[in-house]
Write a protein that binds this ligand. Sequence first.
Ligand SMILES: C[S@@+](CC[C@H](N)C(=O)[O-])C[C@H]1O[C@@H](n2cnc3c(N)ncnc32)[C@H](O)[C@@H]1O
Length: 317
Amino acid sequence: MTKSNFSFIHKPVLLNESINLFSNQKNLIFIDGTFGDGNHTRALLEKNKTCKVYAIDRDPNVKHNATFFKKKYNERFKFILGKISDLENIALNENLKNKVSGILFDLGVSTRQLKDEKRGFSFQKDSVLDMRMGESKETAADFLNTKNEKEISEILFNYGEERSSRKIAKAIINFRKKKKIEKTFELVELIKSVKRPSKRKIINPATKTFQAIRIYVNNELEELKNGLISAINILKKKGRLTVISFHSLEDRIVKNFFNKHSGKIYNKSRYLPQLEPNNTIGKSLKILTRKVIKPMKEEIEFNYYSRSAKLRAVEKI
Ligand SMILES: C[S@@+](CC[C@H](N)C(=O)[O-])C[C@H]1O[C@@H](n2cnc3c(N)ncnc32)[C@H](O)[C@@H]1O
């Protein structure tokens, strides 16, 4: 991809709010764990003219965005295909442990992924039910066509907080008696047949089911739990971790993790990262966002997708 035909399809969320939490001192190293279209990486590289950003993403399709960045920022930018759960190993390979001043996670999918007709992330486009961000084994179609009714219902309820999970799971099993579920619109129609539209009609009845399947296929909650531990393990003292989440399951994990490791009382949750015996995180964090940061009205008007975003940040002490 050349400089002239690169375009940022994804509108960044809470861009200034997240970038401004990072130091502007010279020659710092930052990690963008969810590179996507690179809006946050670009903002970091432009704001701090001597920093280097290691950009990570699990989706091989972002490689051509990275090529553009490499041409523009040379040695100040390095892209690594990988997952945030593997951040500590990535940092060890790059000799970055205890050298990193800031890490950003901007979770979820990008608009580029949502708009890609071949990937099945969107209930607004008819495409194959894939939903893999990177190299997951199971696709959304595999999940829908092989799991039993109880398993499907539990995933929809636990990962989508979908109250009609049982009805939808039953409809999926009935559909499968006739043929395999292959396309997104088949799933959308099936959900519509058993779920009344919400009072807020702008929310599509398929929203929660699609969210749940995507989280399952990409193992997103485990990714986040392990990503948080890895990030803290590689930050240097006074280094900062900033996380932008998009639904309550993610935000609860982040909030509980930050509370626990800053010594605050926290709500025990089954989603909380389990500390391994050799885990050295302990009470090593200071919370920087005593009140969670949300997008302003203007940002939500400009970018409706940002409406559910929440930003939390900590400093390693
Ligand atoms: C919301 S987008 C990031 C957008 C980017 N900050 C921007 O403004 O252009 C999230 C990106 O993170 C990637 N991603 C999601 N989960 C990931 C994980 N566990 N490890 C690495 N990348 C992940 C997705 O593939 C996607 O490209």
